[in-house]
Design a binder for this molecule. Structure first.
Ligand SMILES: Cc1ncc(COP(=O)(O)O)c(C=O)c1O
Length: 457
């Protein structure tokens, strides 16, 4: 057993909350990190330099923030592949455990590579604190465990990732935290469903897979007026397109597995928010229960973040063109894409007064035409199976375009009634548009649409 479990650890330095909590702006600043005090060779100052200070832009922060260069002078962020950290003396160990001296102890909760990723993501989202987790689902679990207790209720959008709904209904419910569901887009419905026990509002905007949206500004005002927290799963947009904290949300959740990595290499997650709730409460869960991010994965995410801004713009350009083309295709009955002027919440996209996300993002869903409703699944599967380049996989946020049938994959564990209530039909196909040449993505889908039409004729 690692001895951080003993009573002395209660006062151990928490790198997330040590010192003054950074503000949204100062989170971007290269800070002197007490957690790095014990790395081999003294940290010789931030590698980021003035270029990633508070006034720096998003792309600069995504590339520079968080790296404290060691005495080796490395240019790229190092991977601290170590489970524990060594103390110079018994007295230093005691001081570290008692929380009297800053520094690393054990990689379940203090690892410099993981911490660099946390600092960088906090700077991008404009949050005081970030806690990295082993997966996106671990981020949601740690958030609920850290901030809720038996008797509290969650009020959630009906259009959530399937595992999130399962987590709420099957597991949190067992521990006395029940969840009520409302339509994501119905603001009056949110207000009507609030109960005195409601403590957390939980949304994805845009939602998976239908890309529905809700005004984060309006929902956060409702949350605030009713003493609730608003958590936004920002997986589809990332801070490159949408920053929920700036719009009034309290917590941002990430499946870093998706666009933050961007290349489909590993699983991870994160929670971003204020120093007390995230830096102490959520961090405390991760530290104690251990759904911690590995330093290897943190390093991949650091590399992924460096190209996030460019990638998100390119995903949006490809997806927008593909959505336009699908909308005109006779084999398609409906296209769901926030960038289309026909999308019901299109006013939330772009640069208008109500806009909350800069562009449409990389996810396009559409319903394939089927001669009868009971042949919709056959039509969708025929299309998917006829593609040759697109990857048939449920992951998204990759440079490679992926295609999936939500009703039988990501949302397959939901009851048919719950699926229907979420608007996920058997004809629905989700494409996470990658960065290949648009013409090649389009040609592959054209082949799929043709085969689907022929097979169900
Ligand atoms: C919107 C959304 N949130 C959360 C998750 C869960 O993330 P992870 O698979 O990293 O646990 C996913 C996974 O697909 C997702 O799409």
């Amino acid at each position: 057993m690692q001895d951080d479990e003993v009573s002395g650890r209660a006062g151990t330095i928490d790198p997330h909350s040590a010192g003054a909590a950074p503000t949204a702006d100062s989170a971007a600043e290269p800070v002197s990190d007490p957690a790095l005090g014990s790395v081999p060779g003294p940290a010789v100052g931030p590698a980021s330099g003035p270029a990633s200070g508070p006034a720096s832009g998003l792309a600069t922060r995504a590339i520079r923030t968080g790296h404290q260069r060691t005495a080796e002078g490395e240019h790229c962020e190092p991977i601290f592949a170590t489970s524990s950290f060594v103390f110079a003396s018994a007295a230093e160990a005691a001081a570290r455990f008692a929380g009297e001296q800053p520094g690393n102890i054990y990689s379940r909760f203090t690892n410099p590579t993981v911490h660099a990723f946390e600092e960088r993501l906090a700077a991008l989202e404009g949050g005081e604190a970030c806690v990295a987790t082993a997966s996106g689902m671990a981020a949601i679990l740690a958030t609920c465990m850290g901030l809720l207790q038996a008797g509290d209720r969650i009020l959630a959008s009906r259009s959530l990732f399937g595992s999130t709904t399962m987590l709420f209904d099957k597991y949190l419910a067992r521990f006395g935290v029940a969840t009520d569901y409302v339509s994501l887009t119905d603001l009056d419905g949110w207000a009507a469903a609030l109960r005195p026990e409601t403590k957390l509002l939980f949304i994805e905007t845009p939602s998976n897979p239908l890309t529905e949206m809700v005004s984060i500004r309006q929902l956060s005002a409702l949350a605030r007026a009713n003493d609730c927290l608003l958590a936004v799963d920002n997986c589809f947009c990332t801070p490159a397109l949408q920053r929920p904290l700036e719009l009034g949300a309290d917590l941002v959740i990430h499946s870093a597995t998706k666009y933050l990595d961007g290349q489909g290499r590993c699983v991870g997650g994160a929670v971003v928010g204020d120093a007390k709730r995230v830096g102490e409460e959520v961090f405390g869960v991760v530290r104690t229960a251990g759904p911690s991010l590995s330093p290897f994965n943190a390093w991949l995410f650091l590399k992924g973040l460096e190209t996030l801004n460019l990638r998100m713009q390119a995903h949006s350009v490809n997806a927008s063109a593909l959505a336009d083309w699908l909308a005109e295709h006779p084999g398609v009955t409906r296209v769901h894409y926030p960038g289309l002027p026909t999308h019901p919440q299109h006013h939330l996209v772009g640069s208008g007064p109500e806009a909350q996300q800069h562009s449409g993002g990389g996810i396009v869903s559409f319903e394939v035409a089927a001669p009868e409703p009971d042949r919709a699944r056959a039509a969708a599967w025929a299309l998917i199976d006829a593609t040759e380049m697109l990857s048939i996989t449920a992951n998204l946020g990759d440079t490679k375009t992926t295609i999936t049938h939500p009703a039988t994959t990501t949302h397959g564990r939901l009851s048919p009634e719950a699926r229907a209530a979420a608007g996920i039909s058997e004809a629905l196909i989700r494409v996470a548009v990658g960065l290949e040449d648009l013409a090649d993505i389009q040609a592959d889908l054209a082949r799929g649409l043709e085969t689907s039409a022929a097979s169900t004729r």
